[in-house]
Design a protein around this ligand. Structure first.
Ligand code: B1M
Length: 240
């Protein structure tokens, strides 16, 4: 009976009738429950209420996924549930994509980006790709689980200014060094700017593996990338 009542209440919930705070809170719950349609609807409603794409992204989607991450870590949520949450988040991101990417300027540089071998997390990397497109880059997103060979093939084919690598696991982040070491070995390291990112990384790690820069988040990547391309074209790049 109690469940029936709860179901009835849920059915009656009209997202567009909630105020902004209630809607954002409801979206956190819907993301947690992997409800893609509701996330898509909530995202559209907030945009119609003149929220910027960045604000919708950060306050409803990224924050919702942070909560999912905490319960995943604590063993309250499991892989299938987190996959549903990720799928719901992607539904919202698809709506935000054109808005985050619309800059209308001629490409100021090219980037190849992919998640490293052994790692299938792609939400953050896709966000970086979108934000870089928004910053005026032509971005080739080579997906997940990339080996050294995959990265090298993409570099040869697309001749980007920047190679971006993402890792979300402490066990896969060392693979970034494998890629960079191989670039050094093949004498192509200095042909590219290498940016790295992902939740378990930090600046010190970026420096230690020989990347040009560690980027904390997609917004920082979108700031750093044009800066680095300009510096490189001036012949003034310094690793940090
Ligand atoms: Co995974 N997972 N996961 N997971 N997962 C984490 C990363 C974890 C921290 C969860 C936890 O325990 N709290 C933990 C890692 C622990 C560790 O290594 N220290 C973990 C684990 C353990 C695992 C498995 C091993 C679980 C298992 O099977 N037992 C497994 C590994 C699979 C594999 O990769 N081989 C696994 C699987 C999965 C799912 C498939 C279920 C799913 C991924 C779905 C997908 O991506 N399509 C998943 C998810 C969703 C997560 C959490 C919950 C969310 C990640 C995310 O999308 N965050 C995550 C917990 C968490 O991080 N809160 C977790 C939102 C995204 C916007 O942020 O990705 O950090 P983020 O990206 C940011 C920045 O990091 C940065 O910018 C982005 C946007 O601002 N950034 C870059 C990222 N890449 C960049 C590249 C750049 C620059 C900046 O290049 C220039």
């Amino acid at each position: 009976m109690a469940t029936e009542q709860a179901m009835l209440e849920e059915e009656e919930l009209v997202l567009s009738e909630l105020n902004d705070d209630e809607l954002v809170e409801q979206m956190h719950e819907d993301l947690y429950d992997g409800l893609k349609e509701e996330i898509v609807e909530g995202t559209s409603i907030l945009l119609k209420r003149n929220w910027s794409a960045e604000k919708v992204l950060n306050e409803s989607l990224v924050e919702g996924m942070r909560i999912v991450g905490v319960d995943f870590r604590d063993g309250i949520l499991f892989v299938p549930e987190v996959l549903l949450a990720a799928n719901a988040m992607k539904g919202g991101m698809e709506i935000l994509r054109p808005l985050l990417s619309e800059s209308g300027i001629k490409p100021i540089g090219k980037m190849v980006i992919g998640t490293v071998k052994g790692d299938i997390h792609d939400i953050g990397k896709n966000l970086v790709a979108m934000m870089l497109e928004g910053a005026g880059f032509e971005v080739t997103n080579i997906g997940i689980n990339n080996s050294v060979e995959d990265y090298f093939q993409a570099l040869e084919k697309h001749q980007p200014d920047i190679l971006g690598m993402s890792a979300l696991l402490t066990t896969t982040m060392p693979y970034m060094k494998v890629v960079i070491d191989e670039m050094v070995k093949q004498n192509i390291r200095d042909d590219y700017i290498v940016l790295v990112g992902g939740a378990p990384l930090n600046e010190e790690f970026g420096r230690a593996i020989g990347a040009d820069r560690y980027c904390r988040d997609a917004a920082q990547a979108a700031d750093v990338a044009p800066e680095m391309v300009r510096a490189r074209r001036r012949g003034a790049i310094s690793r940090a």
